[in-house]
Design a protein around this ligand. Sequence first.
Ligand code: ZN
Length: 254
Amino acid sequence: MIPRPAQYLLRFDDLCPTVSRTRWQRFLPLIEEFGIHPILAVVPDNMDLELEQSQSDPEFWDRMRAMEAAGATIALHGYRHLCNSKGAGLVPLHRHSEFAGVPEETQREWIRAGLAILRGHGLNPRIWVAPRHGFDRNTLRVLSKEGIGLVSDGFARVPFRRDGLTWIPQQLWAPVEKSNGLWTICVHSNTARGSLVEQLRAFLGGHAGQFTSVDRVLAEFQPAELGPAERLYETFALWRIQASQMKNRMAHKL
Ligand SMILES: [Zn+2]
């Protein structure tokens, strides 16, 4: 059943001790003021220079623990966020990724190491967020064996089962008013413009009551394999996103 009115989840990507502190801190008052239970996608052992935006924050892990205790859900966001693989993934939005196409044994090592790092910091990672949407069936098999049964990805309007895991779709990168469905809005705080912060504040002002949490989603939905109509919807949604990516790339080249 597609929920009506629409529900929303908020997800923050690329969190690690060197996340831009000033840029990340723009979002914290919103989370608190509107009582949001976001997904926090944490990179366990960041090696990606693009995510080194501030001096390493000695209080980062404390803050993540406090936010989890307040109702946030911790996601495993890859391992080192180094996107050197050109393998084909299940959600084809980028040419390079960290995981898609990497041998299963290596993926297992990375996922185990990543989970151990997050758990070593007292966090309880429960959901997978792939850097650049890059993952394949081997990734899902390993995650499932390591006890992670949730994926934040895909473009349907409801959570669904696929390849043995529950997928909670992530379809938006800014707030958009929808009449029905469950929508995850993904925010990259390092690169988000001030206008997105304002847009989010305005949206939360009118829709805070429609924001849900991973726990509520799991309690309220009974995810099943998608039927043909929703699979078709998902395919068209993917095409739309790919088309707008292509348009952006062309615009950058001009
Ligand atoms: Zn990322």
